[in-house]
Design a protein around this ligand. Structure first.
Ligand SMILES: [Zn+2]
Length: 298
């Protein structure tokens, strides 16, 4: 967490004695549950008519999420909101209550059904772009910019006493480089969503693992992706693209080109981004993902 990011930390931080989790208050009923065991975050909103919880994360985390919510309110959880369909964020909701309103992008139900994952509470309310989740006096604005990190990501804007909180789980994780090879990501859609998110009115951003971070992290992610795209294109063109050397078969050629191009591309942006956590490990993997985009169109 950068010093700049710390200014958004909630004023009232209660910490679980075992250090497994903490809760931060941002005012207007908006809290952030931080599950330290797995480096996951989930907001929740306390209103007169109940608690709106977001991703339950996992069966273990949901037990602690419920305990964390109970430290700030005796109201019941009445609603779950899923950020996207990925299992590492939305398993375990059954612990949070019965007969819940479970809101998600319509694709979440399709994907969960197809996979047969019965440890995920099935969504029963579809959310689309422009939807509003009204919770007492709190208003959560919902945005759908199309496929990005997954094809079911929704972005949320929540009013707090510290400004408007943008929640984009796995889309922007402040202080950390984009994750590995951007698994399950629609690359062009991700760029489009980053540009769309930059036009939203918000003051700080929270991911599903890190944050809060300054607003600029959305633009920083876009710039990072664009610079790595450009560096990967340049390295690929100057490598001669997919031209085998004498005696090289297709596998050997592919691995040589991939290895050289991704290392060269990461090196080209290291001066600007090398201080981001995960840069050294993940930038070459992200360049590898981008090279697939260059070759295949996604
Ligand atoms: Zn994800």
């Amino acid at each position: 967490m950068s010093e700049a990011g710390c200014q958004f930390h909630g004023a009232n931080v209660s910490r679980h004695t075992a250090g497994a989790w903490q809760v931060e208050s941002f005012g207007r009923g908006v809290y952030l549950f931080r599950w330290n065991k797995g480096f996951y975050l989930s907001p929740f909103v306390v209103a007169d008519d109940g608690v709106t919880a977001f991703d339950p994360i996992s069966a273990d985390a949901a037990v602690e999420y419920r305990a964390a919510i109970a430290t700030v309110t005796n109201r019941a959880v009445t609603r779950l909101v899923y950020s996207h369909d990925h299992r590492d964020h939305i398993v375990g909701g059954t612990v949070l209550g019965a007969d819940l309103e479970v809101c998600a992008h319509p694709t979440v139900a399709d994907r969960v059904t197809r996979r047969g994952h019965n440890d995920i509470v099935m969504p029963n309310v579809s959310l689309g772009d422009g939807a509003v989740i009204a919770s007492g006096a709190t208003r959560i604005d919902v945005h759908d910019f199309g496929p990005n990190h997954s094809d079911s990501n929704l972005l949320f804007v929540l009013p707090t006493d510290q400004g408007r909180m943008l929640v984009w789980v796995d889309g922007v994780e402040p202080d950390v480089a984009p994750y590995r090879n951007l698994p399950d990501t629609d690359f062009a859609g991700y760029l489009h969503s980053l540009e769309s998110a930059m036009r939203l009115q918000f003051d700080f951003v929270v991911g599903g693992h890190t944050g809060p971070g300054e607003r600029r992290w959305v633009a920083d992610y876009r710039d990072y992706i664009l610079r790595l795209l450009e560096a990967t294109e340049v390295a690929y063109r100057s490598s001669g693209e997919q031209a085998p050397r004498p005696g090289e078969d297709g596998v050997a050629m592919t691995e040589r080109v991939r290895g050289d191009v991704t290392a060269t591309a990461a090196r080209a942006i290291r001066g600007r981004y090398g201080h981001w956590a995960g840069f050294e490990q993940w930038a070459p993997m992200t360049a590898d993902r981008i090279l697939s985009f260059i070759i295949t169109g996604n």
